[in-house]
Design a binder for this molecule. Structure first.
Ligand code: DGL
Length: 265
């Protein structure tokens, strides 16, 4: 039996999903969140759908042991390949990041050209183009795998000439003059927002699904009478390997020092 006082489980392959947790915590500050970063098995973006699904099920099972009332798959790659399997296997509200990402882009227009930037695994899955199709999108969806962006974000090179050079090399593969909206289909990419903005200029829309996902989670919890009655919720951080508090991603997203407890599965 799901209880309003239980926490919401959030998992990602690593720390990039903290960009999603930020959005969730901002909209639902009264909720307890348990974040699990599967650092030991990162990256998911280069692995097969079978392996990502296996790891995702493990992450979900680990969070279920904490008696969670809802599960957020913050990782785009895991959402792209493992969400149907998770939904089939588990009986609690489960939200991924693909559909909210699609809806964030659709808010920019129904008949435009969208470039989805994502990991190789997400691009290969075609989850985003399928998501747009399912929403009756009339425009055009292009995809671009940008595998080098994850390590750049991990290194904390959020706004550097090298990051812009890498972005420009990727963007040279697509007709950028035709693109209206850039959809950040990977948890790490919002950290590189300013670099991307420097590359594409101020006129183009750059979106990601975090805030929309937070809104949809709030709606889902409201519908099921599962919203917390607390004044202020808590944040708990778990990971499958040790994490240094000095990491640039942590310092950028959670300036107040946070501690990860290592768990194994
Ligand atoms: N979290 C992954 C995603 O959003 C990026 C990092 C990885 O490849 O594991 O797709």
């Amino acid at each position: 039996m799901l209880s309003p006082s239980s926490a919401i489980g959030v998992f990602d392959s690593g720390l990039g999903g903290l960009t999603v947790l930020k959005s969730l915590n901002a909209r639902l500050p009264q909720e307890d969140f348990i974040y699990l970063g599967d650092i030991a098995r990162l990256p998911y973006g280069t692995k097969s759908p079978e392996v990502v699904t296996k790891y995702s099920l493990k992450c979900a099972e680990t969070l279920l042991k904490q008696n969670i009332k809802a599960l957020v798959v913050a990782c785009n790659t895991a959402s792209a390949v493992a969400l149907p399997n998770l939904k089939k296997t588990l009986s609690l509200p489960i939200l991924g990041v693909i559909e909210p990402g699609v809806r964030s882009a659709l808010a920019e227009g129904q008949d435009q050209t969208v470039l989805v930037m994502a990991t190789t695994g997400t691009v290969k899955s075609n989850a985003y183009p399928t998501g747009f199709q399912n929403q009756g999108f009339k425009g055009k969806v292009l995809q671009l795998a940008c595998p080098l962006l994850v390590p750049l974000a991990e290194e904390g090179w959020f706004e550097t000439p090298i990051t812009e050079q890498v972005l420009n090399s990727y963007l040279a593969k697509v007709p950028i003059d035709l693109i209206d909206t850039y959809l950040l289909g990977c948890t790490h990419y919002p950290l590189l927002l300013q670099s991307l903005r420097n590359c594409v200029g101020t006129q183009k829309a750059i979106v990601h699904g975090g805030d929309q996902l937070a809104l949809e989670l709030q709606e889902e919890l409201t519908k099921r009478n599962l919203l917390s009655n607390k004044k202020k919720g808590s944040l708990t951080f778990l990971s499958t390997d040790q994490i240094s508090a000095e990491l640039p991603i942590l310092q950028k997203l959670f300036p107040q020092p946070i501690t990860f407890s290592v768990i194994d599965f």
